[in-house]
Design a protein around this ligand. Sequence first.
Ligand SMILES: C[S@@+](CC[C@H](N)C(=O)[O-])C[C@H]1O[C@@H](n2cnc3c(N)ncnc32)[C@H](O)[C@@H]1O
Ligand SMILES: [Zn+2]
Length: 297
Amino acid sequence: MKPSPTARTTDVRRKTEGALPLICPVCEQSLSWGDRACVCPQGHSFDLAREGYLNLLLSHLRRSKHPGDNADMVQARRRFLDCGAFAQLSELIQSEVRQLLAGWEGDRRVNMADLGCGEGHFLGALQEVVTGPFYGVDVSKEAIRVASRRHRSSRWVVANVMRRIPFACDSLDIILSVLAPRNVEELARVLEPNGSLLLVVPGPNHLLELRSLLMVDTGNFQTKADAAVELCAPCFAIRHKKSLIYEVLLNRNLLADLVQMTPLFWRSTREAKGDMGRLDELRVTMSFVFLAFTLIR
Ligand SMILES: C[S@@+](CC[C@H](N)C(=O)[O-])C[C@H]1O[C@@H](n2cnc3c(N)ncnc32)[C@H](O)[C@@H]1O
Ligand SMILES: [Zn+2]
């Protein structure tokens, strides 16, 4: 079930063909993307950064000066993803998106957004197989800065997806959210009625060897997919679910990067991290659950 119409702004109810789906964070009217700035009809203007990304975080709504993943986490994530450890997950996402687009009616352009996109690894890989531009959104300015330097043909936006997602109602055909936080009511508001929500959550045994070594309790990974389905249930029906599990052999540097980019970093003791640092390599389980949802009408 979609949120009640009163939760929507009439100006942004429906997308028009070719219109940008982005909305102004102040008045919620459509934003036009210019060479140097994005502007709404009310005259609110948001400069594009040198790297070309757009920052829609309003300073008075920010709880921290640098929200989201910090620079060390972003760089660790970039190095780790570049080693190919998540390549199978990326291929699964590409194949799912290709299948969705194969059933697409007409030749109108597809509005796709990756919410909590980090440094843009998965959206960047999609650019190789599907024509964009797409939108990547993350609350971390550092992550978006890296993304916009690396993948120039997508549009990159700094915004908090747990609050108002900066898109018009019904404006997105495909929403991707990989290992990122989500606000279900907002996802339902911005997704087009026939659109698809694609989530990736950690599967059972994800990083099991590392979690055991660091003696960290990261909650029950057996139930994360069920919890995601339950959380989405008021607005979304599950269309299909796929599990992916494989092992990768990681050397000392990659193990350090993996720890740095996850909550394991904050939750493990210095001694446990020291023990891990003395390992030359470790075989680590990667386990993900891919969930595809449609809106409940
Ligand atoms: C585990 S990382 C996943 C990044 C990316 N999806 C990937 O798999 O490579 C989680 C991401 O969510 C972002 N994030 C956390 N809270 C957020 C929020 N409220 N709004 C937008 N992004 C958020 C973090 O900055 C981080 O980049
Ligand atoms: Zn405005």
